[in-house]
Design a protein around this ligand. Structure first.
Ligand SMILES: [Zn+2]
Length: 487
C-alpha cells in the first residue's frame, strides 16, 4: 500500500518535471521580439551638421525652465524664452506646422499629413526639476560639451527627446517629406508638477475629434541589468502606468502634558495602526503588462529563470513571495505599494499632541482603485477612529495592447536603430503626461528613445545629469526613422 502511494507520488513528480522542462525548452526567444538589425543611417551626414545640431541642443538646455511645486518660485519668462529659442532653432517646423498654445505652458504643433487618417502624437516636456548646484561637478545650465558628453539638467528628462522630435521633423520637412497622417508635437512645460498643459492639450484634441493611432511619450528606455537572469540590453516600452495616491492618516485626541500619559497614547496607537497596515500588503497580481514582460524577457533569461517564467502557472506563488520579501522594483510591478513618507506629532518633547498623522504614498496597480485602496487601509489598520485624508489621487492608466500597428511601428523602429536589443512591454512605476492621452487614444506608449546605463538612470532628477553625444544622435535617428513609417 505504502509502496503504491510512494510510486504514485514519484510518478506525479516525474510528470511534473517533464512538463516543466518541456515548457522551458519551448520557451525560446520569440522572433517577433528579437531585433538584430540596427541598420538605420546616422542622423547627420557631416561633422559640421552634427556640430550645428549639438549647438541647437545646447541652446535648448541653457534655458532655465525649472518647475517648482511652490509655483511662486517659477520664472515664467524662462518658458517664454524657451518658446522663442524653439522658434529660432526650428524655423521650418514653425513655418509649416500650425502652432497652438494650451494651459499654462503647453505647445502643440500640427504637421498636416496627406490623409485624415488617425494621427500620431509625439510628446515630450520641456520643464525640468530644480538643481542643487553645489552637488554638481559642472554648471547645470551651461550645457558644457566635453569629451562627447553634454552636461545639463534636462538632457535625459527630457529635453533630449524633445530635441530628437524637433530635429527629425525639421529634417523631414527640409527633405520635402509629407507624412501620410497628421503628426502632432505635444510639448508641456509643467509635467514635473502635474500642471494643466497636457490635460488642456488633450481636451483641445478631444474637442477637435482627434483620436490618435499612436501617442508616444517618455517612459522606458534601452536598459540593462533590470531583469533577473538577463544580461542583454532590452528596450522597455511602457504600456500602462500605475495610479497614485497620497493620504494622511490622522488620529485626534486631547493632547496635554507629557508627565502623565494615558495607557495608550495617540502616537503609539497610530504607530500600531501603521504596523498593521505594513503586515497586510495589497494582494499581488500579474497584470497583462507584467505577464507580457515576464513572458517576453523571461525567454532570454538564464536557465533557472527560464524554468520559472515558462511555468508561471506553477511558480507564480513562489515568485510573488520572493518579490514581497525583496521589495523594490519587482515587488512594485505586481502590487500596490505603500511608502510611509511623513510623520507629525507634537513640536515639543514634553507636550502630547492633540493630533498625530502619518503620510503615505501609494502607487496603485490597475487592480486597485483609489476607493478600494482607502477601504483596504481603513480595514487593516484596525483603528476605528482613524481619519484618512486624501491629498492627491488618480487611478492607474488603462493598458495599451501590443498586438497593434502602433506597437509594431515603435518596436520595428527600435530594431532599426539599436542592434540586437529585446523589445518588451512593461508597467511604468512613475507617472508621465501621457496618462491624459488615454482619454483619446488606446495606443499610448511610453518610451524614451535612448540607451541608459544604471548610472545614467540614477542621474534623472539627481546631480550631474548628462548624456553622451552618441546617445542623443541615436534619439534623433529613432524619431527620423519612426516618422518615415508614417510617410
Ligand atoms: Zn520627465
Amino acid at each position: 500500500m505504502i509502496i503504491n502511494v510512494l510510486l504514485a507520488i514519484l510518478l506525479v513528480l516525474i510528470v511534473l518535471i517533464v512538463v516543466l522542462l518541456f515548457n522551458t525548452i519551448r520557451f525560446k526567444p520569440d522572433k517577433r521580439t528579437s531585433q538584430p538589425t540596427g541598420q538605420v543611417e546616422s542622423a547627420y551626414k557631416s561633422e559640421a551638421e552634427k556640430d550645428a545640431a549639438m549647438a541647437r541642443f545646447q541652446s535648448l538646455l541653457r534655458v532655465k525652465t525649472v518647475s517648482y511645486n511652490d509655483q511662486s518660485l517659477i520664472d515664467y519668462s524662462a518658458f517664454d524664452a524657451f518658446e522663442n529659442t524653439l522658434a529660432e532653432q526650428y524655423p521650418l517646423i514653425h513655418a509649416n506646422c500650425e502652432k497652438t498654445k494650451h494651459g499654462t505652458t503647453g505647445l502643440l504643433f500640427r504637421w498636416k499629413g496627406k490623409s485624415d487618417k488617425a494621427p500620431v502624437v509625439l510628446m515630450s516636456h520641456y520643464d525640468v526639476v530644480p538643481v542643487n548646484q553645489e552637488l554638481w561637478t559642472k554648471p547645470a545650465f551651461d550645457a558644457i560639451l566635453e569629451d562627447d558628453v553634454i552636461w545639463a539638467r534636462g538632457t535625459l528628462d527630457t529635453k533630449g527627446t524633445l530635441f530628437g522630435v524637433c530635429e527629425a521633423v525639421e529634417a523631414h520637412i527640409k527633405e520635402g517629406t509629407l507624412p501620410d497622417v497628421d503628426i502632432y508635437l505635444s510639448f508641456s512645460g509643467d509635467e514635473e508638477i502635474s500642471g494643466d498643459s497636457a490635460p488642456s492639450i488633450v481636451s483641445y484634441l478631444k474637442k477637435e475629434g482627434v483620436k490618435p493611432a499612436l501617442v508616444l511619450d517618455e517612459g522606458g528606455a534601452i536598459v540593462e541589468e533590470v531583469f533577473p537572469g538577463l544580461d542583454k540590453p532590452c528596450a522597455l516600452i511602457g504600456v500602462a502606468e500605475k495610479g497614485y495616491l497620497d493620504v494622511s492618516l490622522k488620529l485626534k485626541g486631547h493632547g496635554g502634558h507629557a508627565s502623565a500619559p494615558p495607557a495608550k497614547t495617540l502616537v503609539s496607537r497610530l504607530a500600531a495602526a501603521l504596523l498593521r497596515i505594513d503586515k497586510h500588503p495589497f494582494k499581488s497580481h500579474f497584470t497583462p503588462a507584467v505577464t507580457e514582460m515576464f513572458t517576453t524577457l523571461g525567454r532570454y533569461s538564464s536557465f533557472t529563470y527560464r524554468l520559472i517564467f515558462a511555468n508561471l502557472w506553477c511558480f507564480a506563488p513562489v515568485l510573488k513571495l520572493l518579490f514581497k520579501k525583496q521589495g523594490g522594483e519587482m515587488n512594485a510591478l505586481i502590487r500596490t505599494t505603500i511608502a510611509p513618507t511623513k510623520m507629525e506629532g507634537s513640536k515639543a518633547f514634553n507636550v502630547m499632541p492633540p493630533a498625530a498623522s502619518i503620510g503615505l504614498n501609494l502607487r496603485l496597480l490597475g487592480t486597485d482603485t483609489v476607493e478600494s485602496a482607502i477601504a483596504h487601509l481603513k480595514t487593516v489598520s484596525g483603528e476605528a477612529e482613524l481619519e484618512i485624508e486624501v491629498m492627491e489621487k488618480r487611478n492607474a492608466s488603462p493598458y495599451s495592447r501590443t498586438d497593434t500597428e502602433a506597437w509594431q511601428n515603435v518596436s520595428d523602429t527600435i530594431g532599426e536603430v539599436w542592434k540586437d536589443v529585446i523589445v518588451s512591454p512593461y508597467l511604468m512605476l512613475a507617472a508621465s503626461d501621457s496618462r491624459h492621452f488615454c482619454e483619446i487614444s488606446e495606443n499610448v506608449l511610453r518610451f524614451s528613445a535612448m540607451t541608459l546605463s544604471k548610472e545614467e538612470r540614477g542621474l534623472i532628477h539627481g546631480n550631474d545629469e548628462r548624456i553622451t553625444v552618441k546617445t542623443i544622435l541615436e534619439t534623433v535617428s529613432f524619431y527620423k526613422s519612426l516618422i518615415r513609417k508614417f510617410s
